[in-house]
Write a protein that binds this ligand. Structure first.
Ligand SMILES: O=C(O)C(=O)C[C@H](O)[C@@H](O)CO
Length: 256
């Protein structure tokens, strides 16, 4: 029995449009609710949400068997972190702040067992192998790994084509907030020069034969990014949805 199919990787390769949502509560109960909404994918955010290895694992557990496919974002692309999160069952990783093809190649190797890579072989006790219930897990896991790199700095954009063409990079996510910040427009990704950079980047990723991804919580902006070629498109953040709805409800009763 081989390693479980990475259905997100398969869907990405099919070219299908995939709509996603960010999860930031770092709680399996909230993620389980979100997984009933019908999104194609959910990001379990280990960069900007208070997640740790156990909370990431708990969210992977509640997503098992759901139609929404999990993507785990790590705070940085460190090999030891990648080893741990793959062993608890992640198959698709989103790694922020990638700025060179060399970094991307290192990430590909960190996600794969030898000889293709350096992933430590501890599958015997790992959730990923169903605790050794998948006897040929180590022999088949590499093919199910899906790497999404985030390009979100001026340096990263300059190296975008080389990064996208790295064998083993399945998709490139453009981070509008961090890119705007690095371009000198902290907090404002709507600036024309930032938008131009995003449009060119999404096009270049497609030209390299890889899947472009991005996030936009504003509906019209998300439509624009889809028109510009985004294939895995995040259209919401759970924390923002709750906070916005709660404040709006209270405002409706402000004057009784
Ligand atoms: O730079 C960005 O934009 C992203 O990487 C997405 C954000 O990190 C996401 O957390 C929403 O703010």
């Amino acid at each position: 029995m081989p390693a479980p199919e990475n259905t997100f990787k398969s869907a990405l390769a099919s070219g299908k449009m995939l709509y996603g949502c960010w999860t930031g509560f770092a709680d399996p109960y909230a993620t389980e609710i979100l997984a009933t909404a019908g999104f194609d994918w959910l990001v379990i955010d280990g960069e900007h949400a208070p997640n740790d290895l156990r909370s990431i694992m708990a969210q992977l557990q509640v997503m098992d068997g759901k139609s929404s496919m999990p993507i785990v974002r790590l705070p940085m692309g460190e090999a030891w972190l990648i080893k741990q999160v793959l062993d608890v069952g992640a198959q698709t990783l989103l790694i922020p702040m990638v700025e060179s093809a060399a970094e991307a190649r290192d990430l590909v190797r960190a996600m794969r067992y030898p000889p293709e890579g350096i992933r430590g072989s501890g599958a015997a006790l790992a959730r990923a192998s169903r605790f050794s219930d998948i006897p040929d897990y180590v022999a088949t896991a590499n093919d199910q790994m899906c790497l999404l790199v985030q390009v979100e700095t001026v340096s990263g954009i300059a190296a975008l084509e080389e990064i996208a063409r790295v064998d083993g990079v399945d998709g490139v996510f453009i981070g509008p907030s961090d890119l705007a910040a690095d371009m000198g427009h902290l907090g404002d990704s709507s600036r024309p020069e930032v938008q131009a950079a995003i449009e060119d980047a999404l096009s270049a990723i497609r030209a390299a034969g890889k899947a472009p991804g991005i996030l936009a919580v504003d509906h019209d902006t998300a439509l624009t990014y889809r028109d510009w070629g985004a294939q895995f498109l995040a259209v919401g953040i759970d924390v923002v949805m709750l906070a916005t709805a709660a404040r709006s409800l209270r405002e409706r009763w402000r004057d009784g």
